[in-house]
Design a protein around this ligand. Structure first.
Ligand code: MG
Length: 390
């Protein structure tokens, strides 16, 4: 069996509400969606969400990079079983870029292509995506038939400041992430209010989205520690990430890297420099499913923890892929994703993958990504198409 058609699309997804954090505000997102068809007719889909302020990619860059990367040759070999297909997918390499010493330019595009190939071959050979974890990292593999996602609180105003945390608490969520460092907001006051409405038992962590400096971060974090936060995500800008080694000595809360953790080179530097306690692994940012499993493997080997994060604006394709990761990789400290119905107008799926009222969701056990994409809805949102093979 081999790949006979490959096509990349620019898909424009409208968000249900304005999403704000310390570095950006958005109301829609341009995603790259790849469709991969095999010689037996099996069709798979993959998605990436390029963010220029994370991996330096724009949507046009992603599509052009896919065109330039000689995928026809890389995907030429025949695969006679899923193991071969997984190795083929893991080896996929996009054209190297100049001035990319972190090796991350093109990660969103790579994620889209890898997921499409794994989905197509998974469907052809009757294997779910979660099987990839078992194949490439058996020591990390632990299947769970149900996972529970975190609640996320951005920048609610007025009465919503009390209602959002209260809803999470009453609905039965066990983890909540609060965005801090937003200009004009008093983080101490906000965190105090939100902790009060969440109750004492809720696991609460914060994400500063690069808002602070290495000089101020320790004090900002110490201000929030009385509210029993369990970690602080990306306190400083990536350019100043080495300053976190010192910050970590001065605070109790574990530090998580997000914008500064996009690939294995980042991971090696962070471990060597003692910059963090936790990785925020996100499939699109980290280049796909197999590189993300490798990052979790690296974290484990270096006594670091990890969470699975997601992208604002991802459709059911990345939600489903995240579900497979979440239900097959052991010891994920925090879990984010599957906000579909709450965040996007059109998730592209026939079935709704959004988590249930308390944040829980079942593992997907069907072949490939394990859900049915709606091709008509995909066509409707497609703004540009590029044939890569066929
Ligand atoms: Mg973050």
């Amino acid at each position: 069996m081999r790949v006979v058609e490959l096509e990349a699309r620019l898909v424009r997804v409208a968000l249900r509400r304005k999403v704000t954090h310390a570095s950006h505000t958005r109301t829609e997102t341009d995603n790259v969606v790849v469709r991969c068809k095999l010689s037996d007719g099996s069709t798979g889909y993959g998605e990436g969400v390029p963010r220029d302020y994370v991996t330096g990619e724009t949507i046009d860059f992603s599509l052009d990079l896919l065109k330039r990367s000689n995928l026809a040759r890389q995907l030429e070999p025949d695969c006679t079983d899923f193991v071969q297909a997984v190795h083929l997918a893991e080896k996929l390499k996009l054209e190297p870029q100049p001035n990319d010493d972190r090796g991350i330019l093109g990660n969103a595009a790579r994620c889209a292509i890898e997921l499409a190939v794994l989905d197509a071959y998974g469907r052809a050979f009757g294997e779910p995506l979660s099987r990839v974890t078992e194949l490439i990292a058996p020591e990390l593999y632990q299947f769970r038939d149900r996972v529970q996602y975190s609640g996320v609180i951005g920048n609610p105003r007025g009465w919503k400041k009390h209602v959002y945390p209260l809803v999470y608490r009453l609905a039965g969520f066990t983890q909540v992430k609060l965005k801090v460092g937003i200009e004009g907001q008093d983080d101490i006051k906000r965190t105090r209010t939100i902790r009060r409405w969440l109750g004492r038992k809720m696991d609460l962590r914060v994400d500063a989205n690069e808002a602070w400096t290495p000089e101020s971060a320790a004090a900002r974090i110490a201000d929030l520690e009385p509210f029993n936060i369990t970690s602080v995500e990306q306190p400083v800008r990536h350019e100043e990430v080495s300053g976190l080694a010192d910050v970590r000595k001065r605070v109790r809360a574990p530090i998580m890297l997000d914008e500064s953790l996009c690939g294995i080179i980042d991971a090696e530097r962070a471990a060597r420099g003692g910059w963090c306690d936790l990785f925020n692994i996100r499939l699109s940012k980290c280049g796909g499913f197999t590189p993300s499993v490798r990052l979790a493997q690296f974290a484990k080997a270096h006594n670091l923890g990890y969470q699975l994060g997601c992208q604002v604006g991802e459709t059911a394709i990345l939600s489903a892929a995240g579900r497979h990761f979440a239900s097959s990789v052991r010891d994920i400290r925090y879990l984010e994703g599957s906000y579909d119905r709450h965040l996007v107008w059109e998730a592209l799926s026939k079935d709704d993958l959004t988590f249930r009222r308390n944040g829980t969701a079942p593992a997907l056990v069907g072949s490939g990504l394990g859900f049915a994409l709606d091709p008509a809805r995909l066509d409707w949102l497609t703004k540009r198409k590029e044939a890569l093979i066929g």
